[in-house]
Design a protein around this ligand. Structure first.
Ligand code: PHE
Length: 331
């Protein structure tokens, strides 16, 4: 019976049953006083040695059960300190991927990466770029105006509509020659739909030096696109109007999907509209204290957001700012 005890509770019950005052042994001890002195001694000794034996066996059994219990608990509660938990790693935003690619390609051609403020003075965003207040070109980039005038000047401020302002700042700071790209966030008062957003990313580029021609512009853009799409890509220039360049162009590139054969993406034309560009207007150079009789150069600007959409086949611009993990974790 003793051997079949499996846990401490059963052992305690056993003790009560056999050793407590109410147990048979308890009764015998109680009745002992009615016995003769000889009987008392004999039975008393027998009881004492039974108690000793039992107490020892009980203690041993208790220790054994406790050890078993502890081992069982240890096994149940084991922590494997060597186990590795899968860590959820974040991914880069598709625009960041394309921006890094574009930056890598331009820096390999000796272009510096330049940055500027998103809240910009009217002068840097418009006037210095040969867009006077009355000029209809201001309507092309319907603007968010900041009502507060700066404390130090009486200028108006806008959320920049283009990163061309960075070119102005850098030309004023460093003069010529200069070679930079300005990637960044720009803002326009657009109605948001699948292909338009009021906030998007742009890359503008500028190269001012001596003896710079349109051939340099064409070569630079073809090199960038060929590397980005990992296939030979050509560009074509169509006349286009931008106040800060003369002559100005709309630049298309040969469709990277069909190689210029014609497909759905390029609407069967073989060409994709890509950006604005041209030779920097002498007025802009003068506004930045650069002598247009000594220096000339080209400027261009394209939508980084649109480029990312094209590269990854994203058909709704709103997904890019949606913060949807299912969408973003694909990149
Ligand atoms: N800044 C123009 C835009 O945002 C793009 C451009 C840049 C055009 C440089 C010509 C030269 O639309």
């Amino acid at each position: 019976m003793f051997a079949s005890i499996e846990n401490i509770d059963q052992l305690n019950d056993f003790e009560v049953q056999f050793l407590s005052k109410k147990s048979e042994i308890g009764q015998i001890s109680k009745n002992l006083k009615t016995c003769s002195p000889e009987e008392k001694r004999e039975i008393g000794q027998a009881l004492a040695s039974f108690r000793d034996e039992f107490t020892e066996a009980f203690a041993k059994k208790k220790a054994l059960l406790e050890t078993e219990m502890l081992n069982k608990r240890l096994l149940e509660e084991t922590i494997d300190v060597t186990q590795q938990f899968p860590l959820e790693k974040g991914t880069l935003h598709p625009i960041s991927h394309v921006q890094r690619e574009v930056e890598r390609i331009f820096t390999s051609m000796g272009f510096e990466i330049a940055d500027g403020p998103e809240i910009e003075s009217e002068w840097h965003n418009f006037d210095a770029l040969n867009i006077p207040a009355s000029h209809p070109a201001r309507d092309m980039q319907d603007t968010f105006w900041i009502s507060k005038k700066s404390d130090t000047s009486h200028e108006n401020f806008v959320l920049r509509t283009q990163t061309s302002d960075v070119q102005i700042r850098k030309m004023k700071e460093h003069g010529a020659p200069i070679r930079l790209i300005a990637p960044g966030r720009v803002f326009r008062n657009e109605d948001v739909d699948a292909t338009h957003d009021a906030v998007f990313y742009q890359v503008e580029g500028l190269l001012i030096d001596t003896n710079i021609s349109l051939a340099h512009l064409k070569g630079t853009i073809e090199t960038m696109l060929s590397q980005l799409f990992a296939r030979e890509t050509t560009v074509r220039l169509r006349p286009g109007y931008f106040p800060f360049v003369e002559p100005g162009f709309e630049v298309d590139f040969s469709c990277a999907l069909c190689g210029g054969q014609g497909c759905k993406t390029c609407k069967n034309s073989g060409w994709i509209e890509f950006m604005g560009a041209g030779m920097v207007h002498p007025n802009v150079l003068r506004n930045c204290d650069i002598d247009p009789t000594k220096f000339s150069g080209f400027a261009f600007g394209f939508g980084l957001t649109r480029l990312a959409m094209m590269k990854y086949g994203i058909d709704d611009i709103r997904l890019l700012s949606s913060q949807k993990i299912e969408f973003l974790s694909q990149f």
